[in-house]
Design a protein around this ligand. Structure first.
Ligand code: ZN
Length: 503
């Protein structure tokens, strides 16, 4: 089994909810700006956009008569885009901190993290997030911060003892993940937990509860073990069929954790709506070059059935980046990590996850070189990129999901990882226009929110970005944000930084 891959995925993937800032004050008028909206084939120069009550009210190619009390933004030389949606995040995890510690010092760092986290997403232009499942109260905490992206979540429905419960202590796993499903096919070895009511853990009952919780999606896992492992209790095709039917009945969408070829095939056969990971485990075809026929067939089926596909290219590098001795010297870290937490990342105790993955001598050059040479996951990420490029060439709409954090690694940081995911998409050969669509209209459509987000059109929520450079010319433009406009309120980017004073 591939240990790194196992650990990389240990905390991954399993959680609605609330919206950004309250409706805006006075109207906002953005003047003489170049408008970039993904449904337009070309940038539209010299546009005037009036925002009222947090929504786009008027778009015009000539100056607009300003209403009383209007605030003006000069857009000359700048680009106005929709805010980005990252449709795969986990805001419940205080990144890098050990789970469940009651140490007062660490709890205070955790508090700093949760206060900064939503601002770090905004700092990188992420104005909508989809939490694909974790602890609803932590997601609510995220959305309770004064400045935060509009926040949506999936409810998670694992099977008894299945992934991700395999990583949670047996005594508490079914209490933390209480919307679990009893899987009759696994009954002999994984019976209903003692004291549980069988009627509350059918696919229908669980999906009813998730729908009532305000989630917009149901998340399940098709995972029988990482790497070559296949001994974890998995969902049967019959249970998947019932979950699919119940999810459709409530008008939710069905998202699935699956990253191996056999598991993704099951997802396609089960007519899921969204696969939350790229296919980087090709099972027995792992050593193949190019795109093996079986993988190509599968990707064609994904496209033909119009199933959404998130590449999540950052999952593996987010862990292997821990081996980079200069990682914490990256100046961007001072912008997205609270100062005291960043100082703690440099301490010995903070290396616990790195040691767990790479062994005790984590800073030895030989370990780093060996990990790079021997760990198949360096290649798995490369395979994920190859598969993504292939899918793009088949005409599949690209999506943006960073899976931040995919593991308790400080190599994944909120917002910054969304940007790094886009950089990896560029590296995979995806054009900038397709990446723009991925982070805007395609993601909005995929999660059923295209009436609210994804384009600059009259009536949509005014979550917008004013950029100093054109993101259709360079991916770096997504870091050259002048202002983040959240529900019609312009925010100076610098004030969102973790090292900004006065917050
Ligand atoms: Zn995830």
């Amino acid at each position: 089994m591939n240990r790194l891959l196992t650990l990389a995925m240990a905390s991954a993937c399993f959680t609605v909810l609330t919206h950004g800032a309250s409706a805006a004050g006075n109207p906002l008028l953005i003047e003489n700006v170049t408008l970039l909206s993904p449904e337009q084939a070309q940038p539209l120069g010299n546009r005037y956009v009036l925002i009222r009550d947090g929504r786009i009210a008027v778009i015009s190619d000539r100056p607009i008569t300003a209403p009383a009390g209007v605030r003006r933004l000069d857009g000359a030389g700048k680009f106005l885009t929709p805010g980005l949606t990252d449709a795969h995040v986990h805001v419940s995890d205080a990144i890098g901190l050990p789970f469940g510690s009651q140490d007062p010092g660490l709890l205070s760092l955790e508090k700093d993290f949760f206060a900064q986290q939503p601002r770090s997403y905004l700092y990188f232009g992420v104005t909508q997030v989809l939490d694909t499942a974790n602890r609803p109260e932590r997601v609510a905490l995220f959305a309770a911060q004064p400045q935060h992206p509009d926040t949506y979540r999936c409810g998670v429905a694992p099977v008894v003892d299945g992934y991700p419960l395999v990583f949670v202590d047996k005594a508490i796993r079914h209490k933390i993940f209480n919307d679990y499903i009893f899987e009759p096919a696994n009954a002999a070895e994984h019976p209903l937990p003692a004291g549980a009511n069988a009627a509350a853990h059918t696919p229908e009952a669980v999906v009813d509860r998730i729908a009532a919780s305000g989630a917009i999606c149901v998340k399940i896992a098709l995972e029988d073990g990482f790497g070559d492992r296949n001994d974890w209790p998995n969902m049967s095709a019959e249970t998947l069929r019932r979950v699919r039917a119940a999810t459709s009945k409530h008008g939710l969408f069905l998202a699935v954790h699956a990253n191996a070829l056999d598991m993704q095939r099951m997802a396609v056969d089960g007519n899921v709506d969204l696969i939350l990971h790229g296919i980087w485990n090709w099972n027995q075809l792992n050593d193949s070059q190019g795109i093996p026929a079986a993988v190509a067939d599968h990707l064609r089926n994904v496209r033909d059935k119009k199933i959404g596909y998130q590449a999540t290219l950052r999952v593996i590098p987010g862990v292997t980046d821990l081996l980079d001795p200069a990682l914490l010297d990256d100046p961007v870290y001072t912008k997205v990590v609270p100062p005291r937490l960043l100082a703690w990342y440099r301490t010995e105790p903070a290396q616990w996850f790195k040691r767990q993955v790479f062994g005790p001598e984590v800073n030895a050059a030989a370990v780093i070189a060996g990990a790079r040479a021997a760990n198949a996951q360096w290649a798995t990420s490369e395979k994920g990129m190859r598969a993504l490029r292939h899918l793009y060439e088949l005409g599949q709409p690209m999506l943006l999901g960073s899976d931040t954090p995919s593991a308790p690694t400080y190599g994944n940081q909120p917002g910054y990882d969304t940007y790094k995911e886009m950089q990896l998409m560029v590296q995979a050969g995806i054009p900038l226009s397709a990446i723009f669509a991925a982070g805007t209209i395609n993601n909005a459509r995929q999660i059923g929110l295209e009436k609210e987000y994804g384009t600059i059109e009259q009536g949509k929520i005014a979550n917008l970005l004013l950029l100093e450079a054109n993101p259709l010319a360079s991916v770096d433009a997504w870091t050259r944000i002048d202002k983040v406009i959240l529900r019609g309120e312009p925010i100076e980017r610098d004030t969102l930084a973790a090292d900004a004073t006065g917050h």
